[in-house]
Structure formats: structure tokens, C-alpha cells
Design a protein around this ligand. Structure first.
Ligand SMILES: C[S@@+](CC[C@H](N)C(=O)[O-])C[C@H]1O[C@@H](n2cnc3c(N)ncnc32)[C@H](O)[C@@H]1O
Length: 274
């Protein structure tokens, strides 16, 4: 019977990073990494070995680690994820930080998260600002089911709506969001990075020839849905800052700024409706 050490070596031979291999083994055995290190000569029972090997093969084929274990931490919250939603990225916390600054001093603000996916941004904001009234939109019913489950598990109250960007609000008079945040699909169709992301949903990733179709549409509809002085903040690609600033300025937004992510890349751009 193989030992834990053998199982880890086999995963490394298939190209897995050591930490990924250890984390998958820990996931299968329900043990922390420290336990694995102390027991690496123990035998790995056959059932666990089969489960582990299946996960290792999927990881070696490029499936995101978060899909294999079914969860991802974002803003200190444990979120369930699966192939219907983008795996939340640490860079997106830049958008959350900025959004919380915008909400500072506003009591019971109305907030919308367009393209909520797993619910990451909406849930992070609600966890930090329980008084905010947050509405989260997605076109994908499967994504919304995951987001709703995350909200229920975390005990955070969000209003979820299905629909295409602003159309999720139908004909209702919705003017009145003090803040709208969106991490929409923003990769250009045909971008050479897309194949590496093939396990994540295409509709979460790409948006038109230059990647900006979703952002253009959201900017166009924003004035009808924002309160006077309301803010609109986007996450976007590292090379899209200038284009998004231009779109917001052209639509009449003031105080248009871009923020950089932890890697120093232009990552979020937003402005204030005058
Ligand atoms: C980049 S993912 C962001 C997910 C999540 N907000 C995050 O930051 O991890 C974009 C999301 O937009 C959704 N989406 C794509 N097209 C849409 C549309 N036309 N209307 C509403 N949501 C859309 C996708 O289903 C996906 O969940």
C-alpha cells in the first residue's frame, strides 16, 4: 500500500506544485498540512488514494484548485465555488476596499453588484457594512444559485436578481444606487490567455473584440440607475485603465480615477456621477 509520501511524490511527478499536492491530500483525508508532515510514512487507504488520484489528474489537467475542493476564501469569507462561477481573485479585493471607502459616511446605502458570480463582492461588502442594502445581479442562473447558497451559509442578506446587467431591474424606477460595483467579463475575445482559463465559464471572462463590451453597456445605463453623486467602480484588465477612464469621462462622470492592484497593475477604475 502506498504511503502519503509516495502519493505526494506521484503528484509532483505529474507536475503538481508541492503545496497543491499537499492541500489535495489534506482535503481527501480531512487533515491539516501539519498532520501530513508528521505522518508521511503512514499508509494511504485505497479509497482515499483513488479519490486523491482523481483530483490530482484533474489538477494536472489545469482545473482550478478551488473547483476541486469546492471552496475559495475571499475577504476572509469561505465561499463555495464550482465551474458555474469565476474563482474569486485576490485582486478583486482592491475593488472591495475602494467600494468600502466610497460608502464611508453613508448610512444604509443602496449598492448594486453587477455580475456577482459566487457573490464574492456583494458578500464582502455586506460583511463589512451590514447596514448596506445590496442587490446582486447575474445572467447565469447557475451562478446565482451558488451565490444564494453562499449568502445563506454566511447569514448575509443580499437581494439577488437574474438578468442582463441593468435589465435585471426591468422597467422599475431604480434610480438611486449610491454605489454600483462590477467585475464584469473583460478579456478580449481571442486573447491568448483565454485557453488557460478554459475551465472557468466563458461568460465570466470575455466580452467583445476589445473586452470592453460589458463595461460600455454598464456605463451607458448607469446614469439612469445611480443616485446623484453616486459612484460606479469597475475591475478591468491591466491594460484597460485609460479606455475605462475615457468611457466614464465621456458619459459625464467626474473624479474619474484608477487604482492599482497588489501587483502594481491598473486594476480598478471608477467615477462619480455629477
Ligand atoms: C468576471 S465574473 C465576476 C464574478 C464575481 N463578481 C467576482 O468578482 O469573482 C463576471 C460575472 O458576470 C456575469 N455576467 C456575464 N454577462 C452578464 C450579463 N450580460 N449580465 C449579467 N451578468 C453577466 C457572469 O456570469 C459572471 O458571473
Amino acid at each position: 500500500m502506498a504511503t502519503l509520501r509516495d502519493a505526494l511524490i506521484e503528484a509532483r511527478n505529474l507536475g503538481l506544485e508541492r503545496l497543491d499536492a499537499q492541500a489535495l491530500l489534506g482535503h481527501v483525508l480531512g487533515r491539516p498540512r501539519s498532520w501530513l508532515l508528521a505522518h508521511d510514512g503512514d499508509a494511504l487507504p485505497e479509497a482515499e488514494q483513488r479519490r486523491y488520484e482523481a483530483l490530482v489528474r484533474r489538477r494536472a489537467a489545469g482545473e482550478p484548485f478551488a473547483y476541486l475542493v469546492g471552496e475559495k476564501e475571499f475577504w476572509g469569507l469561505s465561499l463555495q465555488v464550482g465551474p458555474a462561477v469565476l474563482v474569486p481573485r485576490p485582486d478583486t479585493e482592491t475593488l472591495v476596499e475602494w467600494a468600502l471607502e466610497c460608502l464611508h459616511g453613508l448610512a444604509t446605502p443602496r449598492v448594486a453588484d453587477l455580475g456577482t458570480g459566487s457573490g464574492a463582492i456583494a458578500l464582502a461588502l455586506k460583511s463589512a457594512r451590514p447596514d448596506a442594502r445590496i442587490c446582486a445581479v447575474d445572467l447565469s442562473p447557475e451562478a446565482l444559485a451558488i451565490a444564494r447558497g453562499n449568502a445563506a451559509r454566511l447569514g448575509l442578506e443580499i437581494e439577488f436578481r437574474a438578468g442582463h446587467w441593468w435589465q435585471a431591474f426591468g422597467g422599475e424606477a431604480q434610480a438611486g444606487f449610491e454605489l454600483v460595483v462590477s467585475n464584469p467579463p473583460y478579456i478580449a475575445e481571442g486573447d491568448p490567455h483565454l485557453p488557460a482559463l478554459r475551465h472557468e465559464p466563458g461568460m465570466a471572462l470575455s466580452s467583445g473584440a476589445d473586452g470592453l463590451d460589458a463595461i460600455r453597456e454598464i456605463v451607458a445605463g448607469a446614469p439612469a440607475h445611480l443616485a446623484a453623486g453616486g459612484r460606479l467602480l469597475f475591475e478591468h484588465g491591466h491594460d484597460q485603465g485609460a479606455a475605462v477612464r475615457a468611457l466614464l469621462e465621456h458619459a459625464g462622470f467626474a473624479q474619474v480615477q484608477t487604482r492599482r492592484d497588489l501587483g502594481g497593475n491598473e486594476r480598478c477604475t471608477g467615477g462619480r456621477l455629477t
